[in-house]
Write a protein that binds this ligand. Structure first.
Ligand code: FNR
Length: 389
């Protein structure tokens, strides 16, 4: 499918990620908002992800001529205009009818890339056709060898340069607002949802008409096999807490390209991932959606970066909402960041151009932050640029 671009009217367009969040809340029905926004249990980790950034101040140096500031980053063969990618999030087709096609095109237009979720509404082939720039692919280390071969082969054929293996989901986190809304994949619609959809006619008309509320990456397989797989996942045989490092090693051995492990919060685990062939790790607590009470990712980052000592790329996600957050993460040892919900806010509000705009807001904020700090290159950022407290 060719990339279709939708221009957002400039007037009234949000100017910050917080603004996009407010606008997205208006656009999305309760079921979808519950899916996008909530954390696990009491959302302690979700809140901690945000508050951790406030515990660091940025050093301000003056009159240092920081013209021609550099914000570009490179992870393997992936060259980015800013050190920010879009984290994998499932069923984007529930947020906007063009789902991951719009997320991917918006990211590419801003000089970034997405990590396409296994649970995406659109398949890896559809995304590669809409935006053939080499987006990354995320999988879970499921034991089903046939399924894994099938997914990885499709990633390979779609020119995904990097595989991301998410390891923090041995079982599903307890996201109560989502459960109370009856959220499942695909969502089961009740009369309450129908009423809610009627209150959001623009969303309902497009999303329900296009019916991309399934996991396109999995239903892309033949009907019988897809049904069997869905039943298997539902019976929790594949999310039953039985995965171990051998499962990661098996997936790593099946993939010839670069491979990152996502969902690391502990330096010993980071070390283990790298010893088993990971080229990079993503410090992540799944946006506070899995283990509530797990540390904020920014708090976990320095210990992990120190332990890996540049032997692997270190990315981080969780709570990044400002350019200053990105800069602080880079100072604490990250090579780059990912954003989950902010991209979904942009997607909900403006489709492709909303995603592009969210990333361009971050780019502008990173650039302005560097100028105000008196630093001309993100490569020069380090702990000496931070003041605790
Ligand atoms: C996620 N996340 C996620 N992670 C993953 O590896 N595979 C997935 O399919 C999903 N799905 C998903 C859906 C939704 C709605 C959200 C909000 C998150 C986690 C995601 O990749 C990332 O770790 C967090 O979203 C980062 O936190 P922020 O930026 O949302 O605060």
């Amino acid at each position: 499918m060719g990339a279709i671009r939708f221009a957002l009217p400039k007037q009234g367009r949000p100017i910050s990620i917080a603004g996009y969040r407010t606008a997205a809340r208006r656009v999305l029905p309760d079921l979808v908002w519950a899916y996008v926004e909530n954390g696990a249990d009491d959302s302690v980790t979700l809140a901690a992800n945000r508050s951790a950034f406030a515990r660091w101040s940025l050093r301000q140096r003056v009159l240092r001529s920081s013209a021609g500031r550099k914000t570009a980053a490179r992870f393997g063969d992936t060259e980015l205009a800013i050190p920010v990618m879009i984290a994998p999030t499932g069923i984007n087709g529930l947020v906007h009818w063009r789902g991951e096609l719009a997320t991917a095109c918006g990211a590419a237009a801003a000089g970034s890339r997405i990590v396409l979720s296994t649970a995406a509404s659109y398949s890896v082939e559809e995304v590669a056709a809409a935006s053939p720039v080499g987006h990354w692919l995320q999988v879970y280390p499921w034991r089903d060898r046939e399924l894994m071969d099938w997914l990885l082969e499709r990633g390979r054929r779609s020119d995904c340069p990097t595989l991301v293996v998410t390891v923090d989901t041995p079982v599903f986190g307890n996201r109560e607002p989502e459960r109370l809304q009856g959220m499942s994949i695909p969502p089961v619609l009740t009369p309450r949802h129908v009423l809610d959809a009627a209150l959001h006619p623009r969303w309902a008309y497009k999303v329900l008409r296009h019916q991309r509320v399934f996991t396109g990456n999995l239903v892309g397989m033949s009907g019988v096999r897809a049904g069997a797989l869905a039943a298997k996942v539902r019976r929790e045989r594949m999310m039953a807490g039985e995965l171990d490092w051998d499962d990661f090693a098996r997936v790593r051995a099946q993939w010839q390209g670069l491979c990152y492990v996502k969902g690391i919060l502990d330096a010993d685990d980071a070390e283990r991932a790298v010893s088993l062939g990971a080229d990079g790790i993503i410090v992540s607590n799944h946006g506070g959606r899995q283990l509530d009470g797990a540390p904020a990712t920014l708090d976990a980052l320095p210990g992990i970066a120190d332990r890996l000592a540049h032997r692997a790329t270190v990315l981080i996600d969780g709570g990044i909402r400002r350019g200053t957050d990105v800069v602080k993460a880079l100072c604490l040892g990250a090579d780059g960041c990912l954003i989950g919900r902010p991209a979904l806010y942009g997607l909900a509000v403006g489709g492709e151009s909303g995603v592009e705009h969210v990333l361009s807001i971050l780019r502008e904020e990173i650039d302005r932050t560097l100028a105000l700090m008196g630093c001309s290159d993100i490569a020069d950022l380090g702990r000496d640029w931070l003041i605790p407290g």
